[in-house]
Design a protein around this ligand. Structure first.
Ligand SMILES: *Cc1c(COP(=O)(O)O)cnc(C)c1O
Length: 370
């Protein structure tokens, strides 16, 4: 099919990067001159600014979001013999982090309206071997943290926030990384705050945990003696070039998240009844990483959108507990996720998507689902 000017892409970044291109040239040159290719002053500046942005005390830049989650678990001594509760509706990397520290993911069902993990599901899944829960702030909305924290605190289990899709999102005025033990962020290029390659961060108020993660991420190295290794760690660090991109983009993040919010409001005002958007709670300020709606007959709707030149995607088409990678975890049903997984479509959503484009998507959907 040939593209037309009327087409609406699912996602694109060209206009966003055009806004800051000249500044990025300057920033990249400064990295070259400073010879600061891994870590260094610009990465440290970014770490402090991103910790401040999230309202937390510490930020450790790492190589990607999956490593961030895995090293939080390792820093909390979660490992073999431990169970970690994971919502089945998430990107597989959440569960991958659990498996990669030797622990076992215990998948739980989700809220039918927000499609997020709930305090009740966590409560029902806690056993004596539960060590932690991965609270995923999926699609840009934080889970109900003031309901989740008391349940986890009472049971003595650690809360790890997967905030890979939730940079700047709030629950009752508080951001990810300030509720649980720590939050893991991804700076994959398509995330709300994206690098020019892979990148990630651990954000926490726990100074000891931050120090442990920083050490693990740098070969278990002592902070005071370059050739002293207290533990066997790994190599998962943030590059200077990525730090420079992230530093400049952080200046614009609130504005870009605001553009996403405005697009979401246009969707809500114009979507037909047959395309139900994921609910946003009154206590949440969402950053709309994805615009997910539920429809009947998803295949036909996506085909009709494609025929109209409108991009779409699915996040995620198979719930984690039904992925072949987790076939060994036994066969059981998580009915809410299994139902929503068949009904969800991700519509175009990015800051520079304009109102006319959102209205066009809604008009086409109205023709399709009535
Ligand atoms: C992107 C993402 C991750 C993984 O981040 P990477 O930087 O790609 O490793 C983890 N969890 C969720 C929910 C994500 O969206």
């Amino acid at each position: 099919m040939t593209s037309s000017p009327q087409d609406v892409p699912f996602f694109e970044l060209a206009m966003l990067h055009e806004e800051i291109l000249d500044d990025l040239d300057v920033a990249w040159k400064s990295i070259t001159r400073a010879n600061a290719f891994i870590g260094g002053e610009i990465v440290e500046t970014f770490e402090q600014r991103f910790a401040d942005y999230q309202g937390a005390a510490h930020c450790v830049g790492v190589a990607n979001g999956t490593d961030a989650l895995e090293m939080i678990l390792a820093g909390l001594d979660v490992g073999p013999g431990d169970d970690v509760i994971v919502p089945t509706n998430t990107f597989l990397a959440t569960a991958e982090a659990v498996v990669n520290v030797g622990a076992r993911p215990i998948f739980v069902d989700i809220d039918p309206d927000t499609l997020l993990i709930t305090a009740d599901a966590i409560q029902a899944a806690i056993t004596p071997t539960t060590a932690a829960v991965m609270v995923v702030h999926l699609y840009g909305q934080m889970a109900a943290m003031d309901e989740i924290m008391p349940v986890c605190d009472a049971a003595g289990i650690a809360v790890v926030e997967d905030a890979a899709q939730a940079h700047g999102a709030e629950w009752k005025g508080q951001r990810a990384g300030t509720f649980g033990a720590a939050a893991g962020f991804s700076f994959y290029p398509g995330k709300n705050l994206g690098a020019f390659g892979d990148g990630g961060a651990v954000v926490t108020n726990d100074a000891e945990l931050a120090a442990r993660v920083r050490s693990i991420a740098n070969h278990g190295r002592s902070t005071t003696d370059h050739y002293l290794h207290h533990v066997v760690g790994r190599n998962s660090r943030l590059d200077g070039l990525q730090g420079a991109v992230l530093n400049r983009k952080l200046d614009e993040l609130d504005r870009w998240n605001g553009m996403r919010r405005a697009n979401h409001a246009t969707y809500v005002a114009n979507l037909p009844a047959g395309a139900q958007p994921v609910a946003v709670r009154d206590d949440a300020v969402a950053v709309h990483h994805l615009e997910v709606v539920q429809v009947d007959d998803r295949v036909a709707v996506r085909d009709a959108l494609a025929a109209a030149g409108i991009g779409s995607s699915i996040h995620y088409p198979v719930a984690c507990h039904n992925q072949p990678a987790f076939a060994g975890s036994g066969s059981f049903s998580l009915p809410i996720a299994e139902t929503s997984t068949e009904r969800i479509i991700s519509l175009p959503m990015f800051p520079h998507l304009n109102t006319a484009q959102v209205e066009r998507v809604c008009a086409e959907l109205t023709k399709i689902v009535g």
